[in-house]
Design a protein around this ligand. Structure first.
Ligand code: AMP
Length: 632
């Protein structure tokens, strides 16, 4: 690991010269005069004085050399469509969209909320916002109306962009009624909604005076040339909401210049993606992986990005590998859950297609168990690189960096600290550094490197109190993940230190689910815990105390009540947060000081020992959990 160790050391010890070199990878309209302003810890401003633009770096910059190269290939196995946009065509579409957005009065710094399925217009709208210097806030299409409304109220967008519907596994997900409901619930709804009408929702009825038709509006601006708005490097590029321990999601705010540099640099050193090659990231634009490695990263690097709408097993489990073969994909990025889904299918699908173009498969978002890592590694016969990051960081924290040094994979580990990150594995008790093979909390000594969140949208204080207050008296960014490092410097992630769970790579706060369950009128109190799931990694389980016990006495009533509670979660948060089961009890296990014994509940649900129970207030509460789960 010699070459990489030196590379990493230089990124910390000689920060200024290191990042000056990396910053050459992007176009600066005006060069920066200072690499880092860290005069107000933990707030870091990268590339001060520099002016740039994400859209220019992703598209315009490439026009001369690769105008006719595919920039984005949209493949939908839901509608059986394939459509290629060259860099020049993408430029035209983004200009049209930017003109439409600008015509709605959106100017630099204004927010635009996107609630979109995986259609090219989602990427086009993101890039159009970036072109104008508007701040996009993409809300994952699986979130419910109430979640969308709370994000509207936090970001106060001037415009909302959506589609009539999305498709999943052949089933339509109607976005328009969800948006109508979100607009009704929001205290600060935008005036207009721009809608891509895919013709899926046959009952589609625009709201007069509010709804605008995307096709019609872009037609009006067919020849538009919208000049790039040059932004200060630290100007916000986007907001992306993520869950934590409280019920209220935080708006992760990203800058412009630092983000562009981090992505460009990672495309080279981590992903080894070369201009002209193709990258296939199987995520969704609603997640951070979609922002960084479906849209901005590959385009900044002059690559072709595959924009896929569909499931990994439809029409059959070979579809992703067929895409790799057809489009000569060199870099692929997916999730452990997707691999666990594929693992259940016929392994012949893995060898049916010519995968010779593929250099690496990257996986992230949730723990990659060793057997799955080993299976996919062997099945593909290519290095499968697990890497670890968070919405907050925007790019990897732990990874191998095959662009610097050949990757030596250790099953079950996402590798070693990525350059730019001064990572420390600390003992929880006294914040001293854990030794080899000793468990600790994974923390980052600030300043956070370029690309990472710069603050919580509209709430600097929350940025500090949430992320930098885990170790009193010490200004350290906590990832809220446990880790352990072996003698070779490889880190293994052991799970969260807080009450956040991870369902199929999506982070969900148990508090959020608890609040959604409590939206049901008969629920007095509830505990939600994450339990191990063979495919999705974790699934939420709810234990609820009802107000009117008569309603859960009979088996049929219990089933009805459970159905209603699950529907309440769907309404508040969306199906992705839906508990696997809701069990009804009369009491929840708590300490004498009233703290929920979540870890004991979780242990019982996973068939483990519930641990130290000396502080429990009423042991019969745990007996009820056991009875509900049918465990001894
Ligand atoms: P999110 O911001 O939703 O992507 O969630 C980030 C969290 O997912 C991290 O704090 C980890 O708990 C988990 N995570 C992400 N990548 C990995 C990985 N490669 N291995 C283990 N856990 C991961």
């Amino acid at each position: 690991m010699g070459a990489y160790t030196d590379f990493h050391r230089r990124s910390i010890a000689d920060r200024e010269s290191f990042w000056t070199d990396e910053a050459r990878r992007i176009h600066w309209h005006r060069p920066f005069s200072q690499v880092l302003d860290y005069s107000k810890p933990p707030f870091a401003k990268w590339f001060v004085g520099g002016q740039t633009n994400l859209c220019h770096n992703a598209i315009d910059r490439h026009l001369a050399a690769r105008g006719d190269q595919p920039a984005l290939v949209y493949i939908s196995t839901e509608t059986n469509t394939e459509k290629t946009y060259t860099y020049r065509e993408l430029h035209t579409e983004v200009n049209r969209c930017a003109a439409v957005i600008a015509a709605q009065g959106v100017v630099r710094g204004d927010r635009v909320l996107l609630y979109m399925p995986m259609i090219p217009e989602a990427a086009i709208a993101m890039l159009a916002c970036a072109r104008l210097g508007a701040v996009h806030s993409v809300v994952f299409g699986g979130f419910a109306a109430a979640s969308c409304a709370s994000r509207i109220d936090d970001a106060k967008p001037k415009l909302l962009i959506t589609a009539d519907a999305g498709l999943r596994g052949g089933k339509a997900i109607h976005y328009k009624p969800l948006v109508d409901e979100a607009m009704r619930l929001a205290k600060h709804p935008p005036k207009n909604v721009l809608i891509v009408n895919r013709g899926i929702d046959k009952d589609f009825k625009p709201v007069p005076g509010r709804d605008l038709d995307y096709a019609e509006e872009t037609r009006k601006h067919a020849d538009a040339q919208v000049p790039v708005t040059w932004l200060e490097s630290s100007d916000p590029s986007y907001i992306l909401y993520t869950s934590g321990t409280t019920g209220k999601p935080k708006g992760v705010q990203r800058d412009t210049g630092g983000y562009a540099v981090a992505l460009a640099s990672s495309m080279e050193h981590i992903y080894c993606g070369k201009p002209g090659e193709t990258m296939f990231t199987t995520s969704d634009v609603g997640w951070v992986v979609g922002h960084s490695y479906i849209v901005y990263g590959p385009l900044i690097q002059g690559m072709t990005t595959i924009f896929y709408e569909g499931l990994p097993i439809r029409p059959d489990a070979g579809i992703w590998w067929k895409i790799v073969a057809d489009h000569k994909v060199s870099v692929m990025f997916s999730s452990p859950t997707a691999v666990r889904v594929l693992k259940k299918q016929d392994p012949a699908y893995m060898t049916k297609y010519d995968l010779s173009s593929l250099k690496h498969l990257f996986l992230a978002g949730e723990p990659l168990d060793e057997p799955t890592h080993r299976w996919i590694h062997d099945a593909l016969g290519k290095p499968v690189i697990d890497h670890y990051w968070q919405t907050e960081t925007g790019w990897p924290i732990l990874s191998l960096a095959p662009g610097i040094e050949p990757a030596k994979v250790k099953y079950g580990s996402p590798g070693y600290p990525v350059y730019g990150y001064d990572l420390k594995l600390l003992r929880e008790t006294d914040a001293t550094e854990a030794g080899p093979d000793e468990k600790g909390v994974l923390t980052i000594a600030p300043p956070l490197p370029p690309g990472c969140m710069t603050t919580v949208w509209g709430d600097d204080e929350r940025f500090v109190s949430t992320y930098f207050s885990d170790f009193p008296g010490k200004l350290l960014y906590s990832t809220f993940d446990w880790g352990v490092r072996d003698k070779d410097g490889y880190t293994f992630i052991l799970g969260r230190t807080d009450d956040v769970i991870n369902v199929a790579g999506h982070r969900i706060g148990t508090r959020e689910i608890e609040e959604a369950v409590q939206a049901h009128s008969n629920i007095a109190e509830v505990a939600v815990v994450g339990v191990a799931d063979p495919v999705k990694g974790q699934m939420p389980l709810a234990f609820a105390v009802v107000k009117d016990a008569k309603k859960v006495e009979a088996e049929a009533d219990r089933a009805q009540q459970e159905k209603e509670v699950l529907a309440a979660v769907d309404r508040q948060l969306g199906a992705i947060a839906r508990p696997k089961r809701v069990y009804f009890v009369t009491l929840l296990p708590k300490t004498r000081s009233g703290k929920l014994l979540r870890r004991s509940i979780q242990a019982l649900a996973e068939g483990r020992d519930p641990g130290d129970l000396t502080t429990i207030e009423d042991p019969t509460a745990l007996a009820q959990i056991r009875a509900a789960l049918g465990v001894k």
